[in-house]
Design a protein around this ligand. Structure first.
Ligand code: TYD
Length: 142
């Protein structure tokens, strides 16, 4: 079932634990503690082409935490009425993205690595790839 209210206000940056040490830093994520979901899948974007954009879709059920493990990039989020933009550039901060949010990932720096923790296994059925479908799917309309 599609939600009748916007999830945009649930999108938020999450400060992850960071253990500093003379040898370097260590961060970690525990499911259902630092993030509000169980982790069923991890994927990552790397070797990205200069000027590329990723995303350009929404998910019906999937929850995600997006982390810049290296370099930086911009995440544009929209519920079809309002939008929010986040610049991710630290491995100790993640961006929580709930279902039914259109996302575009752009402005990847050279060598950027984007890791995503996801609440569900991969399923093409969970994607809304056509923006018009997203507008029609979303009861939260202009
Ligand atoms: P997609 O989610 O569209 O990538 P992006 O949003 O970064 O542009 O996925 C690109 C391709 O990779 C698509 O054919 C599906 C496949 N894929 C998997 O097989 N498993 C996964 O976990 C993900 C995220 C994608």
């Amino acid at each position: 079932m599609i939600s009748t209210t916007s999830n945009l206000n649930k999108c938020q940056l999450i400060n992850l634990p960071r253990v500093n040490d003379p040898r370097g830093a260590l961060s970690f994520v525990e499911a259902n503690k630092h993030i509000p979901f169980s982790i069923e899948r991890v994927y990552y974007l790397f070797d990205l082409s200069s000027g590329c954009s990723r995303g350009s879709h929404a998910h019906i059920h999937l929850e995600q935490l997006i982390i810049s493990l290296s370099g930086s990039f911009t995440v544009k989020l929209s519920d079809n009425v309002n939008s929010q933009t986040f610049h991710l550039h630290r491995p100790d901060i993640g961006l929580y993205v709930p279902p039914m949010i259109w996302r575009d990932l752009v402005d990847f720096s050279s060598g950027a690595v984007c890791m995503v923790l996801a609440s569900l296994p991969y399923s093409e059925d969970d994607y809304i790839r056509n923006h018009s479908d997203f507008v029609n799917h979303s009861f939260f309309q202009k």
